[in-house]
Design a protein around this ligand. Structure first.
Ligand code: EPZ
Length: 416
């Protein structure tokens, strides 16, 4: 099993290019199932989850070609309606096959995605939404089968602003008969990016980025080319890495508007930021202040930056509170940070962090993608050597992580 070894204490300095957004590229790849014509997606990051999605699309009948960061999804064999278990179990986002396959084939079967380290991750909102569009669903042997002779437009209010459910219902409604109004939807930039791709494919959608989206179903969707937005979570991760190592880094090819909340909190902590159209210059030269956060649906503080923020607050000059309101068990990184000398207590979904002067290197274990990022950041800032185990989680969501950090001066190696 590969590990990452970091000898910490070196300030990050230089420039880093932000990759395309994993959480936009995934739904956009699934959206290509909605057309028989070719789709061209630019700025697609090179990640394990992208490879898993491309394998799933190939199994379902598509022909995939990749040239650098451009992915060509071409028509192939007849579209299959069942997503195989061994691919779905690898990646929860595979649930995003349901909307497109239901719309195209009138029936779809996929194994229930199953939970992960951060929570149970049910898809009840997705299924409830499909039913509102006229589908019937049955659960048998861990598989969900969804059928609809015809998807009919309707009004549906999500009980929670689920990102995946918003994406699935947006894709299904694009080919439904008539108008659909989705209320209390997720407002993340990745939803807007998916809607922009669907519109380029011929869908009739308005209101994306707000709490209500209107869709007028169309007969068919067509060839489109689209460039994926920058990864806002990767951007936040490198900003926090710079702050924790008292560094001086310029982040390029990013979209500052997508992380306004993070930027405000970093400034509140005393970190110096110079924000331009597509770049952010980050400098941290002294102890930063403790800043408490509560995670929530966009545009609130993103749950995907909670672990990294906890690592940052572990070194702040005082006490801070982090409240996780999206996932019921997104906290395994706290215990690992304590192994590095952090002072963190938890009370149900709230964490109390007493900042310390230094963290010490240690052997730590990754439980999920963003927990892994938090442990890398802690290793970069810690005194001594940190060995990070189960780093396959990191490869799912951070493109060229060691290379980018090495180029910023970090002493980081991947070993067998
Ligand atoms: C997306 O997951 C992201 N993944 C997650 O990023 C992100 O943490 C999450 O949105 C929240 O922002 C991708 O985009 C591929 P949700 P998703 O549906 O769609 C509950 C990362 O690290 N819920 O918004 O699965 C659910 O249990 C990953 O990149 C239901 O109860 O998230 C959770 O508590 C991790 N029923 C909350 O809503 C449902 O039907 C948010 O889930 C659906 C969700």
């Amino acid at each position: 099993m590969h590990k990452i070894v970091i000898h910490g204490g070196k300030p990050l300095k230089g420039e880093v290019e932000i990759s395309g957004s994993k959480n936009s590229a995934l739904p956009c790849l699934f959206a290509t199932l909605l057309t028989d014509e070719e789709s061209v997606l630019n700025n697609v990051p090179d990640l394990v989850d992208i490879d898993t999605t491309c394998s799933l699309l190939t199994t379902l009948g598509k022909t995939i070609e990749r040239k650098g960061s451009t992915v060509f999804v071409k028509p192939g064999k007849k579209l299959q309606s069942e997503a195989p278990y061994d691919l779905v179990r690898k990646m929860r986002a595979s649930a995003l096959v349901l909307g497109p396959l239901l719309a195209r084939c009138g029936v779809t079967r996929a194994s229930l995605p199953g939970g992960c380290a951060i929570g149970l991750r049910p898809i009840d909102i997705h299924i409830d939404g499909f039913k509102t569009l006229g589908a019937t669903t049955t659960l048998v042997n861990g598989m969900v089968e969804i059928k609809a002779t015809e998807l009919k437009g309707n009004k549906y209010k999500l009980k929670f602003q689920s990102v995946g459910a918003t994406e699935n219902l947006l894709m299904a409604a694009s080919l439904a008969t008539g108008d659909t109004i989705l209320q209390n939807v997720a407002r993340e930039p990745e939803i807007v990016d998916l809607a922009n791709l669907l519109i380029k494919m011929g869908a009739k959608i308005s209101g994306m980025g707000s709490s209500t989206i209107h869709i007028t179903g169309v007969e068919r969707l067509y060839r489109a080319e689209h460039t994926i937005i920058p990864d806002r979570i990767e951007t936040a991760t490198y900003l926090i890495a710079t702050a924790m190592t008292q560094g001086n880094v310029v982040l390029r090819k990013t979209e500052p508007q997508h992380i306004e909340c993070i930027l405000q909190f970093l400034v509140k902590a005393g970190i110096k930021l110079k924000v331009n159209h597509s770049s952010i210059h980050c400098r941290a030269t002294r102890k930063f202040k403790p800043v408490s956060v509560v995670t929530g649906p966009y545009p609130k503080f993103p749950t995907d930056v909670q672990a990294q923020w906890m690592a940052l607050m572990a070194l702040a000059a005082g006490k801070s509170y982090i409240t996780e309101k999206i996932f019921e068990s997104r906290h395994l990184h706290a215990a690992e940070l304590c192994r590095m000398g952090a002072k963190i207590q938890s009370r149900s979904n709230q964490f109390i962090i007493e900042g310390v002067d230094r963290l010490q290197g240690a052997h730590v274990m990754v439980s999920d993608l963003r927990a892994g990022a938090a442990l890398v950041l802690a290793g970069l800032a810690a005194r001594g050597k940190t060995v990070i185990h189960r780093i396959y989680h990191l490869d799912r969501g951070y493109e060229n992580l060691e290379l980018k950090l090495k180029q910023l001066g970090a002493n980081i190696e991947r070993i067998d």
